[in-house]
Ligand binder design. Structure first.
Ligand code: HEM
Length: 445
């Protein structure tokens, strides 16, 4: 393992792939404690996440490090806290919120288009643009479309804290946060700023509460009004943790998928032409809306295939709470289970031509989007089982709307060398994704 440290840091995805091809679908790393396994067999992964999910928790280095920023938000909360919180928070992701997200997407897309029109013919960083767009969408969904200075401060503080956490996670020595190292001090300050920003945001909301009978204006209103079975509201700390979690979990993931979508479309002209033709036939030059979504199966399949090839959440980890058996290998209690959707999605026994871009995999015989996508055993961009991504529908809606809204309005031409996938919090192109942007005179066709 010590000899492999260089390879792990240089290219973690290639390292994981080499471990799997050399040692098989369930392999143990030679690390004394905790016993650590890389599990890539789709059936075994399903067992951990779905059929025997009760035997696994989230007390892993991956999630405890992230929890330094997100606290006990849904993503990082371990079993007991999570069990009480998920049903309370679920309503914030119901249909009414998704309708609102669609409105926020079109505002963000218009802003991006006006920026790109002003830079017609120039090279832009599509990765940075998608990060900005996704942050704007999740920010508006949480705090309303009139993004106040408080909301911007909160998003900035979250990202600053996340950056320190990523740096900390990459350090070979896991130094406890209480030790005043320079990184820990920066983290402490960043989290302090984050808490102050949440306080300001909640104080502002308290000044303009919902009138009796007024529907929630955004997800923050929903979080402030949801009640648990015993009639209690979320505490201030719980609201803080969920807000920060949604920014962290719902921003870079969507941006990463969209960035890779533009790269793959630009390098697969037939898929791009089909996408444009579909949008043209359905929307005929009018803005794409929520109601158009069921009629855009190819666009949805493109996004499904992007998420297969470049799953933003490339690593999912669990801690075993009981002994188990995975793919015939005995797993002790308190073992660390590492699963990589990147590997599972490129399993040749489940996906013919696994490295190829073939959105048609996700269509049925009649050309509609396959109904069983969420149940495919070797497909888990949003995880699976009880801890399935709560934002899945929101992310798919946002992704399809952004692709369909932009594809007829701009041409994005690759420049420079093909991007190299760099797995950080999500998989991002190393050095961004420079592309030449040209606005289209005839929007579609
Ligand atoms: C393409 C975009 C997205 C991808 C690929 C993605 C991926 C994932 C994955 C793989 C998990 C499961 C992690 C695990 O089992 O350990 C997850 C959980 C979660 N995601 Fe997403 N996500 C996306 C978008 C979003 C959005 C938009 C939000 C919210 C605004 C969100 C919020 C969450 C939360 C709160 C959880 C924890 C759910 C729970 O444990 O109950 N995600 N996501």
């Amino acid at each position: 393992m010590l000899r492999s440290m260089g390879a792990i840091r240089r290219d973690p995805l290639a390292f994981l792939a080499s471990m799997r091809s050399s040692y098989g679908d369930v392999m143990q790393f030679p690390i004394p404690r905790p016993a650590t396994y890389l599990v890539s067999d789709p059936e075994a992964v399903r067992r951990v996440l779905v059929t025997n999910a009760r035997a696994y928790g989230k007390r892993t280095l991956q999630y405890t490090t992230l929890a330094l920023v997100t606290g006990e938000g849904l993503l990082t909360a371990d079993t007991d806290v999570w069990r009480t919180q998920r049903p309370v928070i679920q309503p914030a992701f119901h249909r009414a919120s998704l309708d609102l997200v669609a409105v926020h997407v079109s505002t963000a897309v218009d802003r991006l288009l006006s920026d790109w029109s002003a830079r017609d013919g120039q090279v832009v960083d599509v990765d940075a643009a998608m990060m900005h767009l996704a942050l704007e969408v999740v920010g508006s969904a949480l705090f309303g479309s009139d993004l106040s200075a408080d909301a911007e401060r909160l998003a900035d503080a979250t990202l600053a804290a996340l950056e320190v956490v990523v740096k900390k996670a990459r350090s070979p020595l896991p130094i406890p946060v209480a030790v005043p190292t320079p990184t820990n001090l920066v983290l402490r300050r960043a989290v302090g700023r984050l808490d102050a920003a949440v306080d300001a945001m909640l104080a502002e909301r308290a000044r303009r509460p919902l009138a009796a009978g007024e529907p929630p204006r955004d997800m923050l209103d929903l979080l402030l009004t949801v009640t648990s079975e015993d009639g209690t509201h979320l505490t201030r700390a719980q609201v803080r943790d969920q807000v920060v979690t949604f920014i962290v979990a719902g921003h870079e993931t969507v941006a990463s998928a969209l960035t890779w979508a533009w790269h793959l479309l630009a390098t697969h002209p037939a898929a791009l032409a089909r996408l444009r033709a579909e949008v043209d036939a359905v929307c005929a030059g009018k803005p794409v809306t929520f109601l158009d979504l069921p009629h855009l199966p190819w666009t949805a399949a493109v996004l499904d295939e992007v998420l297969r090839l470049y799953p933003p959440a490339w690593l999912v980890t669990r801690r075993s709470l009981a002994s188990d058996s995975l793919g015939g290998v005995a797993i002790p209690t308190d073992a660390l289970i590492v699963m990589s959707p990147w590997l599972v999605h490129r399993d040749p026994s489940a996906w013919p031509d696994p490295d190829g871009f073939h959105p048609e995999r996700f269509l049925d015989e009649s050309g509609g989007r396959r109904r069983d996508v969420a149940a495919l055993p070797a497909y888990l961009p949003f995880g699976a089982g009880p801890r399935l991504c709560i934002g899945r529908d929101m992310a798919l809606l946002e992704g399809v709307l952004v692709l369909a809204s932009l594809v007829g309005r701009v041409d994005l031409e690759p420049v420079g060398r093909p991007p190299q996938a760099m797995p950080l919090v999500t998989i991002r192109p190393a050095g961004g994704l420079p592309m030449r942007v040209r606005t289209r005179k005839t929007p579609i066709g």
